[in-house]
Write a new protein. Structure first.
Length: 74
């Protein structure tokens, strides 16, 4: 019996379509947020790299974000 790489480990065509949909739903808004922060939207790819995604969130949490004109003083 011959196996094809798309059928490896039970991953079929529907799995890869669902992965692509979830990837777009995750990467697009993450890229938009990063652009508003003045960073490259290509950093959104880190969301798919284990451990680097957590490290990226911690770096973003503690970095100085640009402030807009609607800044709330307090």
């Amino acid at each position: 019996m011959m196996y094809h790489w798309t059928g490896a480990a039970g991953y079929g065509f529907a799995h890869w379509i669902m992965f692509a949909v979830v990837a777009v739903l995750l990467i697009y808004p993450t890229g938009r947020i990063l652009m508003r922060m003045g960073l490259s939207p290509f950093w959104a790819v880190l969301a798919f790299v284990p451990l680097l995604n957590v490290l990226g969130l911690w770096i973003l949490a503690f970095m100085a974000w640009p402030r807009g004109s609607s800044d709330v003083s307090g």
